[in-house]
Design a protein around this ligand. Sequence first.
Ligand code: FES
Length: 124
Amino acid sequence: MSAVRIGKADEIKDGDYRVVAIDRFEVGVFNNGGRFVAYENRCPHYDGPVCQGRIYNRVEEVLDERQCHVGLRFGAERHIVCPWHGWEFNLETGVHPGDKHMKLKKVNVEVLDGDIWVETPRPR
Ligand code: FES
């Protein structure tokens, strides 16, 4: 398995990302709180460019002591929202919050001496 250097880690700020072409794949590389994660840029729904979606903190429902809705708030967990039909995935795990079987295809990424190295994805 080969890896490709895609740039310096300090070029991708926290909450930002790059989509890069590696071999015949597109890969989204994300800085999620200083930790890098990478996914193939293909949504499990209809192969949309999920890694080019917007990143939001997860919206959580606030309940009172009777378990009645009293509002909404942003939680700490970041999600990426596919730009085609709005499916969202946990940025750290790649898993859809409502169906653990729906997930992005993870790509190995690591930072060595300040450089980001991304493994070439395997064909599906
Ligand atoms: S292709 Fe991503 S939500 Fe439909």
